[in-house]
Design a protein around this ligand. Structure first.
Ligand code: GLC
Length: 650
């Protein structure tokens, strides 16, 4: 958009920049800057217009964009152009992700090279390598307490190893996702050190207070993220003699985005990793980026403006790079991280579908899809050029993030239902074989989240201990059912390392002082490659899970209706145990898939006549896409085995 004030400011800025930089091939930079500058200026002005050095900062911002553009490698600039042409590329059903720690899945970045074959064997072509930036030894929240954003932690390797890995991934047509921890730094970060030494400019990078008067006001409305291990949202720093805002752990200092210098530093870091070859950046804890007294300090409007500004700026320098919003918040809030009132994502192109994840686990525990159906209906529809990251497990805990209203409409009482879920997954409920641990228990409300590996939560660990073949079989079915859902729902499925071979809980973290108070480590194991070898031996658990998941992945890739183009329809059926939806291909309307998940541990029947009236199954035989077999209805009813799913050609 052309607008006089921003345009004339841009002209001034360009004159300044031209004095400093030699002429280069900047055509694409200028066209993108021209196209985005009005938005950049307006957002910057809304956020920082009142700042005394606002004009100086916006010059610095554009300078940063330009320098990073100049240092962007030409092969990445080429990818930017390709992705501009094929701008919906990431909505394709061909993408399958896996999240892993480079020192958990492999030994380190170098060793990752020898482990890429496994991913390709399974069909994974998008790797999320969790934090690799330099962190203090000891407690570092699994790498989310960063000491230096532009340095690789020596435990993981060097930039040389990293570059080799990136080049190798590119050759394999695999995408790389990396974290940028935008909300906080480690208390050992250089900025924190300078703040501690009394440097006022750096104290202004954080929320630092002389006494409790302001912190106490904040505390009135701020919830606690880690109530057991890090109660409260402020930490007394002895060396500085001041209070610091630490929403997560005491050693993670929250960044102050009211300061434009912080915004520009973090943008520079985002572009740094974009230029290092990341295709996708996972922006950590984005819901927390703006703090306002009297609010929960989550999901504030300004946090969205910051993300919009980050996106607009990234589009100027590295437009091929996507953002994932890591915002594990209520469904009505999650959806806003794509950007409101838009068609294309104007904040993050991808967002964690934490609601779907939690609802799937609810269905496992209740053996019914009532809340799942309700909860999914209430997720507002996403934008056209945006997609979900669908997952069953990740490195974090499972929180029961669906709304109390939905729990009530599903026929349960919220508090007791949430208790039931905790009891079920910690194995304290009659008939439950789950072996999860409570995480972040709130002593006042009794609420808790859940840690535990997929296989252990699904009952595999206890079934194996009991040497009970039926229970083992049932646990495998649950694991596959959950994968069957995330692979067909619409969005990018993100598997978690170890899950495709049924990795169980690992309690070795209890022997490590820096980890033993955080039960999430129980599901962050070292990959057992000997166990992984069993995937080639029929009859083993590993074989059953790995090969079924592998097959689903390869089938998904061939089904255009599984691309995410707002092409899902939830179907109401009169069996409470079933979750049924259809996926259709908007371009080729004859391609339609009916997905049916049975969450009960007894077979269930689906009355096909209402579906037939809707145009499904015009022929007698129904094809199960997962194995090519024909299924037959009995008296108009289709039988879905216990804890199983179908992808049916419809
Ligand atoms: C994100 C990460 C989580 C971490 C938190 C604080 O939620 O996924 O592991 O503890 O941010 O950085």
């Amino acid at each position: 958009m052309y607008e006089q004030i921003s345009h004339s400011l841009l002209n001034d800025i360009l004159v300044e920049l031209k004095k400093k930089t030699k002429p280069q091939n900047m055509q694409f930079f200028y066209t993108r800057l021209g196209a985005n500058f009005y938005a950049i200026y307006s957002l910057f002005n809304t956020l920082y217009g009142e700042h005394p050095d606002s004009k100086k900062h916006i010059l610095h911002l554009v300078e940063t964009l330009m320098h990073q553009y100049i240092s962007r490698p030409s092969h990445l600039k080429k990818i930017d152009l390709e992705r501009e042409k094929d701008h919906n590329w990431f909505l394709s059903q061909k993408w399958i992700g896996m999240a892993l720690y480079c020192n958990g899945y492999a030994d380190n970045l170098k060793d990752m090279l020898s482990r890429l074959n496994y991913l390709q064997e399974l069909g994974v072509n998008l790797v999320h390598i969790m934090p690799i930036c330099d962190c203090p030894e000891g407690k570092s929240d699994g790498g989310y307490a960063v000491r230096d954003f532009c340095k690789i932690d020596s435990r993981f390797g060097t930039f040389e190893d990293f570059d080799e890995l990136v080049a190798n991934l590119k050759k394999r047509d695999m995408l790389l996702t990396l974290d940028v921890v935008v909300n906080h730094t480690s208390d050992q970060h250089e900025w924190a050190k300078k703040a501690r030494e009394g440097d006022k400019a750096y104290q202004d990078y954080y929320f630092i207070f002389d006494d409790r008067s302001i912190p106490d006001i904040y505390e009135e409305s701020m919830p606690e993220v880690f109530p057991e291990t890090a109660p409260g949202n402020f930490t007394w720093d002895e060396a500085m003699g001041k209070w610091v805002m630490t929403v997560f752990n005491r050693y993670q200092w929250d960044l102050n985005y009211r300061n434009p210098a912080v915004f520009i530093e973090m943008l520079d870091i985002i572009l740094f990793w974009a230029n290092r070859g990341a295709d996708i950046l996972r922006l950590d804890a984005v819901a927390f980026m703006w703090k306002k007294m009297g609010s929960s300090c989550q999901n504030e409007r300004e946090a969205h403006l910051i993300l919009q500004l980050m996106k607009d700026c990234c589009q100027v320098t590295a437009p091929g790079v996507l953002f994932i919003a890591e915002a594990i918040v209520a469904p009505t809030e999650i959806i806003k991280y794509f950007g409101e009132d838009a068609i294309n994502a104007k904040e993050c192109e991808i967002a964690y579908n934490a609601t779907f994840m939690a609802l799937l686990w609810d269905a496992v525990a209740t053996k019914k899809a009532i809340l799942l159906n309700k909860g999914i209906q209430n997720i507002p529809s996403k934008l056209e050029r945006a997609t979900w990251l669908n997952y069953v497990r990740c490195h974090d805990d499972i929180g029961w993030g669906f709304s109390d209203d939905d729990i009530v409409t599903a026929g349960y009482e919220p508090q007791s239902h949430r208790r039931f879920l905790v009891d079920y997954f910690t194995g304290n409920y009659e008939g439950s074989l789950s072996a999860g641990l409570a995480f972040g228990r709130n002593s006042q409300t009794g609420d808790a989240r859940i840690s535990g590996s997929l296989a252990s939560l699904a009952g595999l660990e206890r079934a194996l201990k009991n040497n009970d073949p039926d229970a083992i079989n049932m646990a495998i079915k649950i694991i596959l059912l959950l994968h069957g859902m995330i692979l067909s729902f619409g969005g990018i499925p993100m598997l978690y390392y170890g899950d495709a071979i049924g990795t169980l809980n690992d309690d070795s973290y209890l022997n490590d002082e820096s980890k033993n108070d955080d039960s999430r480590w129980i599901h962050r194991p070292k990959m057992n490659w000997e166990k992984a070898m069993h995937r080639t031996q029929p009859g083993t658990v590993e074989y059953s899970i790995f090969n079924a998941v592998k097959k689903m992945i390869s089938i998904r890739k061939e089904i255009p209706a599984f691309a995410d183009r707002n092409n899902r329809e939830l179907l109401n059926v009169d069996n409470p145990h079933l979750f049924v939806f259809s996926r259709f291909d908007q371009i080729n309307s004859s391609s339609r898939v009916l997905v049916i998940g049975n969450f009960n541990d007894e077979p269930q029947f689906l009355d096909l006549s209402p579906l037939q009236r809707m145009g499904f199954f015009q022929y007698d035989s129904i094809k199960n896409l997962c194995n090519g077999e024909s299924l037959h209805a009995m008296n108009g009813n289709l039988m879905i085995p216990a804890r199983s799913f179908y992808w049916l050609e419809a």
